[in-house]
Write a protein that binds this ligand. Sequence first.
Ligand SMILES: Cc1ncc(COP(=O)(O)O)c(C=O)c1O
Length: 423
Amino acid sequence: MSYQFSQFGTHLGCGSGIEELMDDLGHALASGGPDLKMLGGGQPARIPEINAVWRRRMEELLEENGGLERTLSLYDPPRGNPQFLAAIATLMRETFGWDIQPENIAITSGGQTAFYFLFNLLAGEMPDGTHRKILLPLVPEYIGYSNQGVGGNLFRAVTPLIEKLGPHDFKYRVDFEQLEITPDIAAICASRPTNPTGNVLTDNEISHLSALAKQHNIPLIIDNAYGAPFPGILFSEATPFWEPHVILTLSLSKLGLPGTRTGIVIGPPQIIAALGSMSAIAGLSNPNIGQQITLPLVRSGEILRLSREVIRPFYQEKCKLAREAAHAAFGEEIDWFMHRSEGALFLWFWFPGLPITSKELYERLKKREVLIIPGHYFFFGHDDESWPHRHECIRVSYAMDEAVVKDGLKIIAEEVRLAFDGR
Ligand SMILES: Cc1ncc(COP(=O)(O)O)c(C=O)c1O
């Protein structure tokens, strides 16, 4: 017996490249031995000092009068807990001087859900029968956006400029000459810092994109999953940005609370109200627990101190060690580049002229128990299949133990060398 699926069901319920990859990674992880090196996921590291804070907060909630009930036994309003919304608005006003009120904020069940709602709210089939798209000003971009359109592909991506900054060092830049805001563009979207590359769009790039969005009366979506003020996994000088036509998304995940599924969207009240309506229809309300755990930390500003003094230095040190290990592993014999690490949890490698595809490199590495993400998945919305660059890159997480990252990088370098040797 087989049932018929709707268009929605066909687009979302029948598998995707990313699902296959996640499944493959999951099986490899489940069946892998103690030598498996998981450098593929976006799992944040376990930071003992941060985990101690969550433990303390859970105990406080249990001891506090009404704490457990607020956390577990209430439906919050669809747009989020009013006290949490007020605390975030105050934090943003006091930290950045932005004119943010609770009406500018909605909670979603993780940042991922925020993007599902936002993209489908703004783009896809419009009431007049036309189709609108989300413009990615540069790719590679976050893989998690790629299959979210309920009516199929939602993205148009622009080829970036590649700036070589040293013998093994490069950075992507927005190619404003190629970036055209046609009437079918519904919004511009970029992650900053970027997953997968660790790129941080410069202040100039952001103000240019913001001006373009404003001029065309469309929103600029900035995905701040790794950015300021929390979790603050940001190693370069970059000014946090918001204007009334900007939609800024934050998440508690990379702070160390991915299991609480808490996304925070800051944006124009019309869009925020729509997100509340969508949350009500899709899920009635959102998980309370992340909001209750972090509420006093947001109110006191402790969340900023933890981000600045614990989380950022922790990742910055890990990133530095991973980059050193990469230089030691790859050496000088082959042509390899690593994207400048300006934030997030990943190293992004580019092997110009790699004789095999990154997908094949992934397969070879999996046989050697090293799991990475092949780069081509991050070039969705980009039509030029013939651009070799999209098959020459891989993403490697450095959030795992140093020894695992170091050993994994050694094996990656060996396999890349073998590929260049024609083996
Ligand atoms: C750039 C980016 N945006 C959004 C998300 C979604 O995160 P979550 O749904 O856990 O908030 C992730 C997760 O890895 C991410 O890397």
